[in-house]
Design a protein around this ligand. Structure first.
Ligand SMILES: C[S@@+](CC[C@H](N)C(=O)[O-])C[C@H]1O[C@@H](n2cnc3c(N)ncnc32)[C@H](O)[C@@H]1O
Length: 201
């Protein structure tokens, strides 16, 4: 299991994260989060989980909902708390400290390549959604086309400093399919995939 206290790296990253993320997304910063948040219903009265919220990239755009942000780094969470209203919970995404079915929606951006076991994290996100609950996950993923493989290699080396582990899009889709009653849809934006679905009623 990942040790919540071992994430000192993000203590140093947190102050420069927002600037770095804007640079790393090559002008797609705004478009990507709008795309992701367009996949689920964001409105008053809905309880929505932002898994691995970081400094609040998605959270700051979800003002209408009853928001819960979780992250393994207290330094990242503190920055999210300065931008958005909600509950901020320090937790490892592999074992979310919530009961089954308590959320209407769950989102995650650019976190699957950071967590140790993405399949387990997705299972946790599925578990905490109630019937009809919506999930949308966005991240850079493994590529199959030669030109995109080269681009990913450049991104991996110069942006992620070769520390990330990208998910395979088929595995991501399969995780949705085997989860209890989830349909699955996919959009690609360059190296970034958005996968989303709804739990059956
Ligand atoms: C690249 S940042 C993305 C943050 C934010 N979602 C965004 O899109 O800007 C990855 C985040 O995942 C968090 N993280 C890494 N491993 C985690 C884990 N096992 N459980 C919860 N959060 C984790 C890090 O602390 C960091 O805030």
């Amino acid at each position: 299991m990942t040790d919540v206290t071992s994430h000192g790296f993000f203590k140093f990253l947190a102050p420069v994260y927002d600037f770095g993320a804007r640079m790393a997304m090559f002008g797609q910063y705004e478009q990507l989060r709008q795309q992701l948040l367009g996949k689920i219903e964001i409105k008053k009265g809905r309880r929505v989980l932002d898994m691995a919220s970081g400094t609040g990239y998605l959270a700051e755009k979800m003002g209408a909902v009853d928001l819960v942000c979780t992250d393994i780094s207290v330094h990242m969470l503190k920055r999210a708390r300065a931008k958005a209203k909600g509950d901020f919970v320090l937790a490892d995404a592999h074992r979310l400290p919530f009961k089954d079915g308590v959320f209407h929606g769950a989102v995650s951006s650019f976190a699957m390549h950071e967590v140790g076991r993405p399949g387990e994290v997705l299972s946790e996100m599925f578990r905490v959604l109630g019937p009809g609950g919506e999930i949308a996950v966005m991240d850079v993923v493994q590529q199959t086309r030669f030109s995109k493989k080269i681009l990913l290699e450049i991104f991996h080396t110069f942006v992620e400093m070769r520390t990330a582990s990208y998910v395979n899009i088929s595995q991501l889709k399969d995780a949705f399919r085997v989860a209890d009653g989830f349909n699955v849809q996919l959009d690609m934006f360059g190296l970034v995939a958005i996968v989303w679905g709804r739990k059956k009623l």
